[in-house]
Each structure stands twice: as C-alpha cells, then as structure tokens.
Design a protein around this ligand. Sequence first.
Ligand SMILES: [Fe+2]
Ligand SMILES: [Fe+2]
Length: 134
Amino acid sequence: MYAQWNERYAVGVELLDNQHQRLFALVNELFALIRAGKADREINDFIQKVRDYVDVHFSDEERMMTRAGFPGLEMHRAEHREMLAQVRRYQERAARGDPVNPTSLLEEMVIWLHSHLARSDRAYVEHFKAHGIT
Ligand SMILES: [Fe+2]
Ligand SMILES: [Fe+2]
C-alpha cells in the first residue's frame, strides 16, 4: 500500500469520506499498475477511470457546498478545475501518442490528497457541521 486514508482527512460527511477513501484506493491501484510494469493501454484506462471518479466526487462535494452556502465555494471549485485539467493533460498527451509518465501522475495525485484533502476540504468541515450537512 502506497497511501492510506486516516482520520486526519475526515470531513464528517459519510458520502464524502467514502469518496475520499476511494481516491486513496485509486492511488494505490496506480502504484500497483506501475510496479507491475503495466502497458500504456492499462494506464490510459486507469486515467479515464480517475477522471470519471474525480468528476463525480467534485460534483457531489460542490453540490453540498452550494446547499450549505459555503463561502469558499468559488475558490474551492477553481482548485477542483485545476486538478481535473491536470488529469486531462495526461489524456491529451496519450492521445497525441506522447509517452505518459505514470509515476509523475502518481506523485501529483499524492500531492492532491495531501494538500487538497487535508487542507482545502477540511476548510468546509465546520461550515457543514453548522448547517447540518452530514
Ligand atoms: Fe474538494
Ligand atoms: Fe474532496
């Protein structure tokens, strides 16, 4: 196992905590693919899976922020967009036939988990609690 969810990342909303745990599972899946020396096709399928899942998670999170009237929504949404753009850039590279470096994707994903989940996502915890979002 490469990265593991722990209480430090808990946001206290079951759906979102489950999704965050799934994001950690995806990082571990990528680590396993790299270790097994998987071919580009499998890596590209994986990138599409990450993109789809991240999309769902960001939409759910933003919907809850909207419902709670979270004041940091726009800034948070911008961070989400930037992360999605990063994933898209890997897909564009692959589509052009350029080599995709899965290790750099892995490193970027770990950075998101640490910086976005542990910092930006935690910023809505108190606000959600105060607005009864669980
Ligand atoms: Fe977020
Ligand atoms: Fe999140």
